[in-house]
Design a protein around this ligand. Structure first.
Ligand SMILES: C[S@@+](CC[C@H](N)C(=O)[O-])C[C@H]1O[C@@H](n2cnc3c(N)ncnc32)[C@H](O)[C@@H]1O
Length: 245
């Protein structure tokens, strides 16, 4: 779905590489752990400690990689499109290897990783299918894929894109797409992932403490986490619709 149909901000919009290139230095001052890391904390169907080799897709500055490392994941490779975000990740040192590449065509070796993570990146992709297929290609036989996303309901309800405040004070958006939960399920099933866990995080007291101006959004889902397990059976026919009117 087009974000433009929901936009209430009208910010100037940059492409991913330009936008994150400008945001990289202040990114970590803005993003709240309660959006994504708090969801990772709650998942039960990902065995972090058992993962010997992980791919962190859209690794950014290394927040997700550092969380994975702290939870016992062995070697971690990171992939990101934005050199400035990778520079910060390199200094942080949570990853074993870092690659500048698109998550839909990583160039990583096939059937390699027993854990894949993609956090706060899906809204920047036009085609979720390309992400799920590439993740499946590089996943080892019994891999787990954990995807955390900005909740489509929150993007639609608030009309707010992913954005940052530039050095001159201007609020600037980065290309944002709206992917319904059913789009994720359709794309992942078609790529032969099996859903093992789905959790949503709503705006609660913890959120309002870190972002008091979100008190009016209390109870609204703000982020979502999917845990997928790799299927080896042939690709199914998928009957999971988008919207019904
Ligand atoms: C919101 S940040 C998330 C970073 C990190 N996972 C975290 O949770 O802090 C999104 C990152 O995804 C990257 N990104 C967006 N689209 C991408 C693509 N198609 N391929 C690779 N990286 C992409 C951006 O460069 C940015 O670093």
């Amino acid at each position: 779905m087009r974000f433009d149909d929901f936009d209430t901000r009208g910010y100037r919009t940059l492409d991913v590489r330009t936008g994150y290139g400008q945001w990289a230095d202040t990114y970590e001052d803005t993003v709240q752990d309660t959006m994504d890391l708090a969801l990772l904390d709650r998942l039960t169907e990902a065995d972090w400690g058992a993962a010997r080799r992980a791919a962190d897709l859209g690794c950014g500055t290394g927040r997700t990689g550092a969380w994975l490392r702290a939870h016992g994941v062995g070697a971690i490779d990171g992939v990101d499109l934005t050199p400035q975000m990778l520079d910060v990740a390199r200094k942080r040192g949570a990853h074993d290897r870092l690659f500048e590449a698109d998550v839909t065509a990583t160039g990583l070796a096939e059937r390699t990783y027993d854990l894949l993570a993609a956090s706060l990146i899906d809204e920047h992709l036009d085609d979720l299918g390309a992400l799920y297929r590439e993740a499946w290609r590089i996943a080892a036989g019994t891999a787990t894929f954990v995807l955390v996303a900005f909740h489509p309901h929150f993007i639609m309800h608030t009309g707010m894109p992913t954005h940052f405040t530039a050095a001159d004070g201007e609020d600037v958006a980065i290309t944002t797409n709206v992917h319904l939960v059913s789009e994720h399920v359709s794309a992942a099933l078609a790529a032969r992932w099996r859903l093992a866990e789905l959790r949503e995080r709503v705006v609660d007291d913890e959120w309002v403490t870190v972002k008091p101006k979100w008190a009016g959004f209390r109870g609204h889902p703000v982020s979502v986490a999917y845990v997928w397990h790799k299927e080896s059976r042939p690709a199914p026919s998928v009957h999971c619709g988008g919207t019904v009117s």
